[in-house]
Design a protein around this ligand. Structure first.
Ligand code: FMN
Length: 441
């Protein structure tokens, strides 16, 4: 039987393209529109996506004001766990994955919020653990600059262990709710964590019962050396980006090998490369749709986005019609900056051209017919590059509607994607076992 792919839908209501909100068929004020978010998530659920995934920052990014004033998403989106709790009430199957930073949070707060979301949604919560990107995020949490890359991954490792331990505070059957005897929970089945580590001292127990999934699903996207080490240890969904088919195969093999070396079942770590589809019945129509979107992209925004990912450099100091110079390493996303330099060199494009070509979702687009997109999904998922895809929806509602109407049926026809949800929890959709509590033995 054909192995089915997992599809994660990544979108904010403004769309993931920086200027998707300007498209004539998109609402220009989408960010705080709960009814619109409901329509979109219900569309994704009707298409049988495994999960909706919301990226997040803990502040407005440190892009230039001339860029910030032109983009949506990063300026006025809902706090993701809050939004997913609301969306849990209007959906019944789709997984709900929110981002939360281990650099600018406390483990107790994160453990409590995700355990709550897992209960509210009946076992559909996932946590995308990130270490954050911007100095501007750090400045909201008592620091002048962003924690150094190595430090923040060390913090992330310990942060995760505390959260995991807190989720195991109560045994699964600890709450007896016995009104007759007056006993609410069994004190034998509650465990204090008493964590005393390098960075955290957390007593526990958590004041939320064990989550329905045992633990919410863990998503991660580390790509640097410490990032991959963390992803291999704790990631159950691992997002990868860039590098094309060959680069994805390398990351896929590396992550699976690292997981196996740590004693994990490699099938318990699902690798999802990004796919940003622009699909239409014919290639010419798909190209037209892409051109419409690109026409909205002001060169100021394209250049500013490139400057942002390179760590806030000012590229206007260089000849914009010349090649991208190699600049000092960034403390933002080390691996993303490295990838950008490699891609810029290989492209032979000038700074101006490369900014436009690489902008907006940090991922290249896949433009074509439903057959083209399904071929891409089939090739990548059958040749060791992907267990599924993080489908990034650039402009809404069109790119989601087109994917649901045109690509999903083609994948189902090929036996590559489910026609019905078989389970009710995110773990069940992903084929991931429910972890036993550390106290179970
Ligand atoms: C699909 C995807 C989504 C991401 N979402 C976020 C996010 O919401 N917030 C964030 O701070 N970083 C996000 N990142 C960045 C990663 O957490 C990570 O920093 C990046 O992939 C580079 O890896 P490195 O930190 O190991 O260099 C995302 C990365 C990818 C590929």
């Amino acid at each position: 039987m054909t192995r089915q792919v997992h599809l994660n839908a990544m979108f904010h209501t403004a769309g993931e393209h920086l200027v998707g909100w300007r498209h004539p068929s998109s609402p220009a004020d989408p960010s705080l529109d709960l009814a619109y978010a409901t329509r979109l998530v219900q569309r994704a659920e009707a298409a049988r996506f495994d999960a909706l995934f919301l990226a997040d920052l803990t502040g407005i990014p440190d892009s230039k004001p001339s860029v910030l004033e032109r983009v949506a998403v990063t300026n006025d989106s809902f706090e993701p766990i809050t939004l997913l709790a609301a969306l849990a009430a209007v959906t019944s199957r789709i997984g709900l994955v929110a981002t939360a930073s281990s650099s600018y949070n406390e483990p107790y707060t994160v453990a409590r919020a995700f355990a709550s979301l897992d209960h509210i949604s009946g076992g559909r919560a996932g946590w995308n653990l990130v270490t954050s990107l911007n100095d501007s995020e750090a400045r909201n949490f008592g620091y002048d600059t962003h924690l150094l890359h190595a430090d923040r991954y060390r913090r992330a490792e310990e942060f995760y262990d505390v959260v995991e331990g807190l989720w195991d505070s109560f045994d699964d059957d600890a709450f007896v709710h016995d009104a007759a005897s007056g006993r609410y929970f069994d004190p034998e089945r509650i465990h204090r964590l008493d964590h005393r580590g390098e960075r955290f001292r957390v007593a526990g127990p958590l004041n939320v019962p064990r989550p329905p999934q045992g633990r919410p699903v863990i998503a991660q996207a580390g790509a640097s050396e410490p990032g991959r080490a963390l992803a291999a240890r704790i990631g159950e969904i691992v997002f990868i980006a860039g590098g094309g088919l060959e680069g994805s195969r390398e990351q896929y093999a590396d992550l699976k090998a690292r997981a196996a070396a740590l004693g994990r079942d490699p099938d318990g770590l699902l690798v999802l490369p990004a796919l940003s589809p622009i699909v239409a019945p014919t290639r010419a129509e798909a190209e037209d749709r892409f051109a419409e979107l690109e026409a909205l992209l002001d060169p100021v925004v394209a250049l500013g986005d490139l400057e942002y990912w390179l760590g806030g450099v000012d590229l206007t100091r260089y000849d914009l019609d010349g090649p991208l110079p190699e600049l000092p390493p960034s403390n933002k996303s080390v691996s993303t900056a490295e990838r950008i330099y490699t891609e810029a060199r290989a492209s032979g494009l000038s700074i101006r051209q490369f900014a436009k070509a690489s902008s907006a979702t940090n991922d290249r687009y896949t433009i074509g017919t439903p057959t083209d997109i399904a071929d891409h999904i089939e090739e990548w998922s059958t040749t060791g590059a992907a267990d599924g895809f993080n489908v990034v929806f650039a402009q809404l509602p069109d790119t989601l509607d087109a994917f649901a109407d045109l690509v999903i049926p083609e994948l189902q026809r090929r036996g590559l994607f489910r026609t019905e949800y078989e389970g009710t929890t995110l773990r069940e959709h992903l084929g991931l076992a429910r972890p036993a509590s550390r106290w179970a033995a």
